[in-house]
Design a protein around this ligand. Structure first.
Ligand SMILES: *Cc1c(COP(=O)(O)O)cnc(C)c1O
Length: 462
């Protein structure tokens, strides 16, 4: 499989190079040249298989030429062996129509582990083969950072520089990053918000002189391999609910549009998905874009669901690329306009093609109400992100089984959960001493020069 940039002016890469590259050199994102498609019989043949086996089948067409099925099986067996549940991502029934897909049984309690545990092993494999050394640069609103750090701590050939917005991640999220003391892990709290952090990372990748000195890699969901590994759980959950013979809908708590884009990919591959509900909090750029074509970034408002406190959703560009009919020139012009003015009116013709998606904006009261509803009626304690997803799901009027992606364990956000429900969620036993472990991190201003200087001191030059 070959990978092309959404902006059409970067080299075409194979799976290995696209995985190590992160952002394309023209500022675009890598996507497969074409979507592989399974027949109904091929999908039906996945039913009843283990998570690892479904993952091998779903991912193999995308890694052809770089990783064969045996290599994939080895990566997935090791990655998902670290999950605390035998189903890896168990599906829980809430009522006659609604289900929760629990994606938080990995080492750091959020769905990011599903992709990053595998990505960490891929990096090690690809670097070991080529003798290369990379510096992973990331911006996190909390969960990506901890998942990436867990996946990469102590791995040879990799330095990790992870930016998070100072004081804007929960204490549990911060400690999951800053208590990892391996010498290759560097945490930087920047004086700014997540969008500032993400902009610095993007600018660093786009700084040709800097990128020429240091081999940089990305673990944000701009990394294609990460999205690919998330496609798998749409398949396993839909198969459990009767696919390919019955369509299934999903409600996805959305920030950077990575998780829900993986659902779109599953649909392109032939999985019968009736609807993808994009759930946002009051940072609702995606809701405005999908309902009225108004793709304009406001200022980020901090909420109890910090992993969704995003106004510029990088992966939306991957969807826009398809909506434009894969017209890279038109897309490059649109993104240049958006980057210059922070707003873009989406053409009606593009919007019309986004009919798989609906969206909902869920405010703080509805989020808290949904947490109370779930606890009283199903016994489930939800984290704030999952509650926003479920609130959006319950507004949907369709008839297909509706799966809400449970993206984080409630104990990652104990203050918000306790405030809404009166119940304090306990950390699982394997993390019981988190709040007393020693921490290490640096604080830096939110500007490119300062962060580049910081990275230059720690990265290995080419
Ligand atoms: C990252 C994250 C999200 C948003 O996912 P995207 O792929 O960025 O849309 C939602 N909930 C939680 C708990 C997260 O960690």
């Amino acid at each position: 499989m070959r990978y092309v940039s959404t902006r059409g002016a970067a080299p075409i890469l194979d799976f290995q190079a696209a995985t190590l590259a992160g952002l394309a050199s023209d500022g675009g994102l890598y996507v497969p040249e074409a979507w592989p498609r399974f027949s109904e019989a091929e999908i039906a043949a996945m039913a009843g298989r283990s998570y690892v086996e479904v993952a091998v089948r779903v991912c193999a067409p995308f890694t052809a030429g770089a990783l064969d099925e045996a290599a994939l099986r080895d990566v997935f067996t090791r990655a998902y062996g670290r999950f605390a549940h035998a189903a890896v991502v168990p599906l829980k029934q809430l009522d006659h129509r609604h289900f929760l897909l629990e994606l938080f049984h990995g080492p750091t309690l959020a769905f990011k582990d599903v992709a990053l545990q595998s990505l960490g092993l891929l990096f090690e494999r690809f670097l070991g083969q080529s003798g290369q050394h990379i510096t992973v640069i990331g911006a996190t609103s909390g969960d990506t950072g901890s998942a990436a750090i867990d996946a990469l701590a102590g791995r040879s050939g990799v330095e990790v520089c992870m930016l998070h917005p100072h004081g804007r991640v929960s204490e549990v999220q911060r400690r999951q990053m800053t208590t990892v003391l391996d010498a290759n892990i560097h945490n930087i709290a920047i004086d700014g918000n997540f969008d500032d952090a993400q902009a610095i990372v993007k600018a660093m990748f786009n700084d040709a002189a800097f990128a020429a000195r240091f081999p940089l890699a990305a673990v944000n969901s701009i990394n294609w391999a990460r999205l690919l590994f998330q496609v798998v759980y749409y398949f396993t959950s839909a198969l459990s609910l009767g696919a390919p013979h019955r369509a299934v809908s999903y409600a996805v708590p959305t920030g950077n549009f990575g998780d829900v884009f993986a659902g779109y990919v599953a649909a392109q591959m032939g999985l019968p998905i009736e609807r993808l509900v994009v759930a946002t909090n009051r940072n609702d750029i995606l809701h405005r874009a999908l309902t009225s074509g108004d793709y304009s970034a406001g200022t980020v408002a901090p909420t109890d669901a910090p992993s969704m406190d995003i106004q510029v959703s990088s992966n939306f560009e991957r969807l826009l690329f398809d909506l434009s009919g894969r017209d890279a020139a038109a897309l490059a012009a649109a993104m240049a306009e958006f980057e210059a003015t922070k707003k873009l009116a989406l053409p009606q013709a593009w919007l019309a093609k986004a009919d798989l998606f609906t969206s909902a904006r869920v405010d703080a009261d509805e989020m808290a109400d949904t947490m109370r509803w779930a606890l009283a009626n199903t016994g489930e304690l939800l984290d704030p992100h999952t509650a926003i997803g479920l609130a959006a799901a319950r507004r949907d009027s369709g008839t297909a089984p509706m799966v809400t992606l449970a993206t984080a364990h409630p104990a990652k956000f104990p203050a918000a959960v306790a405030a809404a429900t009166g119940v304090h969620p306990d950390l699982p036993a394997r993390l019981a001493d988190l709040m007393t472990r020693p921490e290490r991190y640096d604080i830096a201003p939110a500007n490119l020069q300062a962060i580049e200087a910081y990275v230059a001191q720690r990265a290995k030059a080419k």
